[in-house]
Write a protein that binds this ligand. Structure first.
Ligand code: MN3
Length: 204
């Protein structure tokens, strides 16, 4: 069974004005589709074939650059689409809100630290909010299509929120204004989806 490009659960224009329709079309239909087909080509006929993407990334030989880049690209974008949605944004609730307060002091401190991780990632990469099994949250960032599931990358927790800061994610609408894109991202975060991922990643 090869990896499939997931369908979006919302229309390409559903995240406007924060993320424009054309960016979504190209990002999902071209970039993510490209990572998916190249990942399939890279694992075909190897001992990675048939494994889940999480299993592949957690045990990956990091010198395998085809799987590192395209497997990371496949996983990262799957997560990215899931944790955004229309009529979202606002504040997390319940268990996740408490965990954010416990780990960072307040939502505002969390937002500032996450935005800083995304803003200061030089070149292409991702910012992450990760959960550790004991419920603790941690922010990190990684280069290129690396992610915290990979050995030695990021904080080593389970990613529950992801922000793509490659220029292909924002350049059509924001050009060089990455900080504006990061601000806008907070209007489309699907906190209910993030909280589900938090619950699966922790023992709480
Ligand atoms: Mn991307």
């Amino acid at each position: 069974m090869s990896f499939q490009l997931p369908n979006l659960s919302y229309d390409h224009d559903a995240l406007e004005p924060h993320i424009d329709s054309k960016t979504m079309q190209i990002h999902h239909g071209k970039h993510h589709a490209g990572y998916t087909s190249k990942l399939n080509a890279a694992v075909e006929g190897t001992d990675l074939e048939g494994k889940s993407i999480e299993e592949i990334l957690k045990t990956l030989d990091m010198s395998n650059s085809a799987v590192r880049n395209n497997g990371g690209g496949y996983y990262n974008h799957c997560l990215f689409w899931e944790i955004m949605g229309p009529n979202c944004g606002g504040l997390p609730s319940d268990k996740l809100a408490m965990a954010i307060n416990k780990s960072f002091g307040s939502f505002e401190v969390f937002k500032s630290k996450f935005s800083s991780a995304a803003g200061t990632r030089f070149g292409s990469g991702w910012a992450w909010l990760c959960a550790h099994p004991n419920g603790e949250l941690e922010i990190c960032s990684t280069a290129n299509q690396d992610n915290p599931l990979m050995k030695g990358e990021g904080c080593g927790g389970t990613p529950i929120l992801a922000l793509d800061v490659w220029e292909h994610a924002y350049y059509l609408n924001y050009q060089n204004r990455r900080p504006d894109y990061i601000d806008a991202f907070f209007n489309v975060i699907n906190w209910a989806a993030v909280e589900k991922k938090y619950s699966s990643a922790t023992d709480n």
